[in-house]
Design a protein around this ligand. Structure first.
Ligand code: NDP
Ligand code: HSE
Length: 412
C-alpha cells in the first residue's frame, strides 16, 4: 500500500486540529484516496512546549529538515504572518509538494504568486481554510458555480468579531471579556487586532473577490472598519429597535469596477445574517442564474478549520485544484432601483439643530444617538466636517412607526 506523506507547519489550534483529524479519519481518507495518509513531520517554533505527537513524527523548528525528507507529498500550513510562510511554501512547491494553507494574510498578499508557481510545477494549492473557517465557500464557488455570473457577495467573515458582538448583546459581556473568551477558544488571531479592526475579514474578502470576479479591487479603495467603536450602549439601543450589529463584508461589480467594503452595519430580522450568532460565519452569493444562496457554519475553531483543510487534502491529492484559473467575469445588471436612494443610519454626535434638507430625522432617541435618512455621500461629508462619534448604516427596508414616546422599525 503506498502512502501519502504530509508535513504540518504549525501545531496551534489549526495545526493540531489537522493532525488529530488525520488520525481520527484515517479510514475515510484511505477510502477516498486509496492510500494511507501519514503525518511525517510537524514544524513548530518553541521546541520546549509539550505536544501530543507520536514519536515517529519528526518535530522540528527547522524547515530545511522537513524539506530534506526522502518522501514528502503535501504540506499543510497553519502558522502565522506573511513570512517566513511565503518563503516556506515557495520552497515546498519547488520541491514538488502540493500545498494547503489556512493563512489568509499570507494568501491575500501572495496567493497569486503561489498559484502561478504551483501551475509551473504541476502541483495544487488548497486554501479553503483561509475564508469562513469550516464553510466550503471556495469549493462551492469554484466547483459548483462555474457558469453562473456573480452579482454580489456578502459575508460575515470573522468569527471572533461575530462572537464578541453576540456575547456583548446576549450575555452583556464587556468587549474585553468577550475578546478574551474568543482567544481562549482559539478563534482569535495571535494578534487579535487583525480580527477586531477588520483586517482579517478584509484579507478574506480579497480572496473571495478573486474567486467570484476573477479580480479584486484596489486595496486602498476598500472601506475597512472593525468593531471596536461598537459599545454596549449602542448594542442595546439597536436591540430596542429590533436591530443587531453585524460585521459584514460586501463585494460587487459595477461596470468595470469591483467595489468592496468591510464594516459593521445594522440588520433587522428579515436580513439573512440577523440570526448568524457566535462564531458562525455566513456567505451570501447572488448570481444571475441561481439567484441568492446563503452558506452558513462555524467560522473558526480547531475542527471546523481542520475540516476545510482535510477536504482540501483530498482535492490536492487528486491534483484537481490548480486546474481552474481566475477569469474576469462581466458585471451583471440588476434592476437596482434603490442604488442611489437614501439609506437609514444610526448616528452619534449630530445634533438636531444641524440643518440640511438632504437629511430626514427619523428620531433622536437620546441627546446623542439619532436615526436619520440620507445618502452615503452626505454621510461621508458629515464624518469629515462634523464632530461625528460613530455612524452605522441600517441595511434593508423598514416601515417606520412613531408616537410621542418611541420609534419602531418594522422590517418589510
Ligand atoms: P496558533 O497561534 O494557535 O498556532 C500557530 C502555530 O504556528 C504554533 O504552533 C506556532 O509554534 C507555529 N509557528 C508560528 N510561527 C512559526 C514559525 N515562524 N515557524 C514555525 N512555527 C511557527 O494559530 P492558529 O492555529 O489559530 O492559526 C494558524 C493559521 O491559521 C493562522 O494563519 C490563522 O490566521 C489561520 N486560521 C486560524 C483559524 C482559527 O480558528 N484559529 C481558522 C482559520 C484560519 P509554537 O507552538 O512553537 O508557538
Ligand atoms: N481569527 C479568525 C476568525 C479565524 O475569528 O474568523 C478564522 O479565520
Amino acid at each position: 500500500m503506498s502512502v501519502i506523506k504530509v508535513a504540518i507547519l504549525g501545531f496551534g489550534t489549526v495545526g493540531e486540529g489537522v493532525y488529530r483529524t488525520i488520525q481520527s479519519h484515517a479510514q475515510e481518507l484511505e477510502g477516498v484516496l486509496g492510500k494511507r495518509v501519514e503525518v511525517a513531520a510537524v514544524l513548530i517554533r518553541n521546541k520546549h512546549k509539550k505536544r501530543n505527537i507520536n514519536e515517529d513524527v519528526l518535530v522540528t523548528a527547522d524547515f530545511n529538515e522537513i524539506l530534506s525528507l526522502p518522501q514528502l507529498d503535501v504540506i499543510v500550513e497553519a502558522i502565522v504572518n506573511k513570512e517566513p510562510t511565503f518563503t516556506f511554501l515557495k520552497q515546498a512547491i519547488q520541491r514538488g509538494c502540493h500545498i494547503i494553507t489556512a493563512n489568509k494574510e499570507m494568501f491575500a498578499h501572495h496567493g497569486n504568486e503561489l498559484l502561478e508557481l504551483a501551475k509551473h510545477h504541476n502541483v495544487s494549492v488548497g486554501y479553503e481554510a483561509t475564508v469562513a473557517g469550516g464553510i466550503p465557500v471556495i469549493q462551492t464557488l469554484r466547483q459548483l458555480l462555474n457558469v453562473n455570473r456573480v452579482h454580489h457577495v456578502q459575508g460575515i467573515l470573522n468569527g471572533t468579531s461575530n462572537f464578541i458582538l453576540t456575547e456583548m448583546r446576549e450575555k452583556k459581556q464587556s468587549f474585553v471579556d468577550a475578546l478574551s473568551l474568543a482567544q481562549a477558544k482559539g478563534f482569535a488571531e495571535a494578534d487579535p487586532t487583525n480580527d477586531v479592526e477588520g483586517f482579517d475579514a478584509f484579507y478574506k474578502t480579497m480572496i473571495l473577490s478573486r474567486i467570484a470576479f476573477g479580480e479584486e479591487p484596489n486595496w486602498e479603495d476598500v472601506e475597512r472598519e472593525g468593531i471596536t467603536s461598537i459599545t454596549s450602549e449602542l448594542i442595546e439601543a439597536a436591540e430596542r429597535l429590533g436591530l443587531r450589529f453585524k460585521h459584514i463584508a460586501s463585494i460587487s461589480k459595477k461596470g468595470d469596477q469591483i467595489k468592496a467594503s468591510v464594516r459593521p452595519v445594522l440588520v433587522g430580522k428579515s436580513h439573512p445574517f440577523y440570526s448568524i450568532e457566535g462564531v458562525e460565519n455566513a456567505v451570501n452569493v447572488y448570481t444571475d442564474l441561481v439567484g441568492s444562496i446563503t452558506l452558513q457554519g462555524p467560522g473558526a475553531g480547531m475542527f471546523p478549520t481542520a475540516s476545510a483543510a482535510i477536504e482540501d487534502l483530498v482535492y490536492v491529492c487528486q491534483n484537481k485544484l490548480t486546474k481552474k484559473y481566475f477569469t474576469k467575469t462581466p458585471a451583471i445588471h440588476l434592476r437596482d432601483k434603490k442604488e442611489h436612494e437614501d439609506e437609514l443610519w444610526i448616528i452619534q454626535g449630530l445634533t438636531k439643530d444641524y440643518n440640511n434638507p438632504l437629511i430626514t430625522w427619523i428620531t433622536q432617541s437620546s441627546a446623542e444617538t439619532a436615526i436619520i435618512r440620507t445618502n452615503t455621500e452626505l454621510i461621508k461629508q458629515l464624518i469629515s466636517e462634523q464632530n461625528i462619534k460613530c455612524c452605522f448604516q441600517i441595511l434593508g427596508e423598514f416601515e417606520i412607526e412613531s408616537n410621542d414616546k418611541e420609534v419602531t422599525l418594522a422590517a418589510i
